[in-house]
Design a protein around this ligand. Structure first.
Ligand code: G6P
Length: 312
């Protein structure tokens, strides 16, 4: 019997988790995907948190043991009775019965904080935009969708900083892929949504052979698609960078490398993505409409499908 394939998307508040999660679900086919947000495992509601003086980022503020149990159940294809936290009211709602589909995407703040939880994932992604961009995204989301003022959001960011540093950022080390969307240059803003992406690819999962995009005779440093060796948290990694202004041709090369290795991905690309690869990104949110986002979604999808082959 096949079991669900589990993807983790972890990162700080407003790092782009939901946008990426929805995009990947779109590529995999929403009917094949179960989405779980670990905010539902908060131990205290908004009022209690304020009274106690604890932030949602602190492990003690979350039922990580229950989250862990649920992850193990989902991995073996079993249903869970998931708590529900409402961002609207800041309170808990009745729990929901959730049966896992073929793919399960778990997004949240503390998904990799315990060993047992980490063991449940097939693919682990960590989102790390520059802090200035994250602050901007957080102000935008929390003022538009969660009823806070800009001052409140900035004050909250400052209050949470020690917990971000202590509990959120260290989880980067456990990820297979670190995703950082960033503006092309310091003074250029988001440039009409054309963010670049930097993907740290750790050798903890088998990546497609992207070395084919390197031309031995050329200096690739000026290219809009770059592959290099680097270090991340002290460990050797590959780094793939795709600029927002990359051409469809350049992006297609990367797409082909993955599709050659994974024929089923080709079906998805033909159906969802080609001939305009960027189109798929358009379904997920305005600020990230770009080839970098579309390619990031595709690379993660590649790994989900690869995990299906390995484990079934
Ligand atoms: C941040 C996180 C959320 C978390 C929330 C709790 O905004 O991104 O995931 O649930 O903090 O705070 P709240 O605004 O709901 O009291």
């Amino acid at each position: 019997m096949s079991r669900p394939i589990i993807l983790g998307i972890v990162g700080d508040s407003a790092a782009g988790k939901t946008t990426l999660t929805r995009g990947i679900a779109q590529v995999l086919g929403p009917e094949n995907v179960t989405l779980i947000c670990t905010d539902d495992y908060h131990r205290y509601d908004r009022k209690q948190r304020a009274e106690i003086g604890i932030t949602a980022l602190h492990p003690d503020c979350n039922h990580l043991d229950i989250m862990q149990q649920h992850l193990s159940l989902l991995r073996t294809g079993q249903a869970i009775l998931k708590p529900v936290y409402s961002h609207k009211t800041g309170t808990f709602e009745p729990p929901k019965y959730i049966k896992p589909n073929k793919f399960v995407i778990i997004e949240g703040l503390l998904g990799y904080s315990t060993r047992a939880a980490r063991d449940a994932y097939d693919v682990k992604v960590y989102l790390a935009p520059p802090e200035s961009l994250r602050a901007k995204w957080k102000v935008k989301r929390d003022t538009e969708k969660r009823g806070y003022t800009e001052e409140q959001v900035l004050a909250e960011l400052e209050k949470r900083e020690p917990d971000s540093e202590a509990f959120i950022r260290p989880q980067r080390q456990w990820s297979d892929i670190v995703v950082s969307f960033y503006p092309p240059s310091e003074n250029e803003d988001e440039n009409n949504g054309h963010l670049n992406v930097r993907l740290v690819l750790r050798p903890t999962i088998p990546h497609p052979d992207f070395t084919q995009i390197i031309h031995p005779d050329n200096d690739d440093s000026e290219s809009a698609v770059r592959l290099g060796l680097g270090r991340d948290m002290g460990k050797p990694v590959d780094v793939l960078e795709v600029d927002g202004h990359a051409t469809l041709d350049q992006v297609n090369k990367i797409e082909h490398i993955m599709c050659n290795d994974m024929p089923y991905l080709k079906n998805i690309c033909d159906r969802e993505i080609n001939p305009e690869l960027g189109k798929i990104a358009g379904t997920t949110g305005e600020t990230l409409q770009s080839y970098p986002l579309a390619l990031t979604q595709l690379i993660i999808t590649y790994h989900m499908l690869k995990a299906t082959q390995i484990h079934q």
